[in-house]
Design a protein around this ligand. Sequence first.
Ligand SMILES: NC(=O)c1ccc[n+]([C@@H]2O[C@H](COP(=O)([O-])OP(=O)(O)OC[C@H]3O[C@@H](n4cnc5c(N)ncnc54)[C@H](O)[C@@H]3O)[C@@H](O)[C@H]2O)c1
Length: 248
Amino acid sequence: MNSLEGKVAIVTGAAQGIGKALADGLAAAGARIVVADLKGAEDAAAGYPDGVGLTVDVADEGAVAGMVEATVDRCGRLDVLVNNAGLYASLAMRPFTEIPLEEWRRVMDVNVASMFLTCRAAVPVMREQGGGAIVNISSGTPFRGVPFLLHYVTSKGAIVAFTRALAKELGKDDIRVNCVAPGFTMSDGVREHPEVIEKLRDVSVAARTIQRDQVPEDVVGAVVYLAGPAAAFVTGQTIVIDGGQYFH
Ligand SMILES: NC(=O)c1ccc[n+]([C@@H]2O[C@H](COP(=O)([O-])OP(=O)(O)OC[C@H]3O[C@@H](n4cnc5c(N)ncnc54)[C@H](O)[C@@H]3O)[C@@H](O)[C@H]2O)c1
């Protein structure tokens, strides 16, 4: 029903965390995986049949163009792009007046401009092939207006708008653009930051109707669905996956 057999999928930030779980799920559905990450890409790719690992900074225009070129060179096509790489747990929570402009700009570059760059590079390939699927990873934070992370929350809200507007541009090319917005997730990145866990784990669990930790695997089903033929008529949508913390 939703096989990705014969398809090629780039997953950015797939060396660990949510991205790795997404790559595992797409591979299980039959896709050939391209792991694009700042670090650990080749090791992670070795875990997939014919996996390709590319060291890429998704905020770097030339590196992103090279990522798509290398994918087409090595895999012959590009069907699915999952824009997952992002800055989150390493960001200090603080009043917005204390956020340095440089940090604001880096968050916008890595979390938002990256998607502009990856889509701009990937869409011509998908167009020539007659279609494709793009899935962007946002967050539940813009829907809830989470405080003290203004750059992050703004960047994740932008991704929802980006998804809707790009979906309108690309429908005629049969390229679908959708978005998934997870709640607070016990990813590798989060586990590296005990202070974040202390601040957000218990309050997040308590705010959900399904009261347990969210894990990267919780996000997989929606992304595999949106990437595949079962979602052939679904575009411009955002699916919030947070155990019922926010009703979209
Ligand atoms: N963990 C959460 O609570 C949560 C909740 C909602 C949304 N998200 C989003 O999910 C995505 C993954 O988050 P995670 O918690 O799994 O993170 P993580 O820190 O565990 O993994 C992020 C991966 O992205 C890579 N990466 C970071 N910057 C990059 C860059 N410039 N170029 C290429 N790769 C880069 C890292 O090397 C890492 O492998 C992010 O976009 C994040 O905002 C996370």
